[in-house]
Design a protein around this ligand. Structure first.
Ligand code: AMP
Length: 395
């Protein structure tokens, strides 16, 4: 590729009608494909699974492993731009794709964010406050980490962690070794346990032109380390909104990321914002943007990677999102009529055939006059889906 073709490729808008390639076939890819199709794009999904939430709604599907570089290259040849809904793709794979189509966000962004240690070091180098941490690759480093960070602390494997997986809490120093053993002594970071008032996230979209747009802050509530409920706006966070967006902007710009990123924060009990994690893709906490905002996080990802103007982000009304996990399907699928009859509720199901405990199967969003009412209605709706009474009347 010549220098001038590279330059043209980086700045040329990709108009509707083009084909967008997505690495990953899960629910984020599904909602991306639906948003892309609405504005006239075709979507080609690349994933190792022969069937999945995204593949059934996409125009084309390549079934291959992310390490099959020939298959990745072939896939990239057939699309105009490559994006992702799954960040654990190797740099070799993104390099293979990038020979034929721009990868947005670029492989170097994934390289930083897919490893907790690299991500934390990036945050420190960018002058952004994050949870106190230390590297743990040996028993000596573990003792030194506990010495400096103190307890309670949490060990997190540097790679492949999500929804609290690959994590072990250390309540007292004499538990450190056992905690690391539960993680098979894999390379990890030791993080100080944060006393927080609230978890929150900001989604930041950055286009090929450098244009930036934000959603949030969105207030997030977790159960068993898994996102349970998100709500936006959340006026209790107004006083940190500008700072949170400023941090999200710095992250997107310093990473030189094109696409959509989610920055997750803790708001500490003494009023400080600490970055917990960066996800270089749409995020579960942004699902409420589909129903509450003029442009959803998924359409914004399309616009950002295609170099189109970014869309408006302000929610038209307070909204809450509640996740629907696999346990709701056990012993039988929920009685959908119990929520579909209610005009305030928008139901989203990901088309997964197998329900397992803690598996994200869908979500519901409620629009209401106040954030508190939106949360209340979302919780009520989910209860109706779980209620035995509704189950028996619907059968
Ligand atoms: P993570 O996978 O790092 O996002 O962690 C999942 C969840 O565990 C977070 O959303 C928090 O609820 C909790 N958590 C993780 N790290 C910490 C920490 N250092 N202090 C307190 N809670 C934490």
């Amino acid at each position: 590729m010549t220098e001038s073709t590279t330059r043209t490729r980086e700045t040329q808008p990709i108009d509707p009608g083009a084909t967008l390639g997505v690495l990953g076939g899960g629910q984020l890819g599904r909602m991306f494909a639906l948003a892309a199709a609405r504005i006239g794009y075709r979507v080609h999904v690349f994933s190792p699974e022969s069937e999945g939430p995204a593949t059934v709604v996409a125009d084309c599907h390549t079934v291959a492993d992310y390490d099959d570089l020939d298959a990745v290259a072939q896939f990239a040849r057939s699309v105009d731009v490559v994006t992702l809904e799954f960040e654990n793709v190797s740099v070799a794979a993104t390099d293979a794709a990038n020979q034929f189509a721009p990868v947005r966000p670029a492989g170097r962004v994934l390289h930083t964010t897919q490893d907790r240690l690299r991500e934390k070091r990036f945050l420190v180098s960018a002058g952004i406050a994050c949870t106190p941490f230390a590297e743990v690759a040996s028993a000596e480093q573990l003792s030194a980490a506990i010495e400096t960070i103190g307890t309670p602390a949490v060990l997190k494997t540097t790679a492949w962690g999500y929804d609290g997986k690959g994590q072990a809490k250390i309540a007292a120093p004499d538990q450190a070794d056992d905690a690391w053993a539960t993680l098979d002594r894999q390379q990890a970071i030791c993080e100080g346990w944060v006393d927080y008032d609230q978890e929150l996230s900001v989604l930041v979209a950055r286009s090929t032109t450098g244009e930036i747009a934000f959603y949030g802050p969105i207030a997030n509530f977790h159960e068993n380390h898994i996102l349970d409920l998100s709500v936006c706006p959340w006026p209790q966070l107004d006083f940190v909104a500008d700072e949170a967006c400023k941090i999200a902007r710095t992250i997107a710009e310093q990473l030189d990321a094109v696409g959509l990123l989610c920055v997750e924060f803790f708001l500490t009990t003494d009023g400080r914002l600490l970055v917990n994690e960066i996800a270089p893709r749409p995020h579960n906490s942004g699902h409420l943007t589909i129903d509450a905002c003029p442009t959803s996080q998924f359409e914004q990802q399309v616009r950002a990677i295609c170099g189109l103007p970014l869309g408006a982000t302000k929610p038209s009304t307070p909204a809450a999102m509640a996740n629907l996990l696999g346990q709701l399907w056990i012993p039988a699928p929920p009685p959908w009529a119990a929520v579909l009859a209610d005009p305030k509720i928008r139901l989203h199901l990901y088309g997964k055939s197998e329900a397992r405990t803690d598996r994200k199967m869908g979500h519901l969003t409620v629009l209401a006059d106040s954030p508190e009412e939106a949360i209340h209605q979302a919780q009520l709706a989910r209860k109706r889906l779980a209620s035995q009474e509704c189950r028996s009347t619907s059968t």
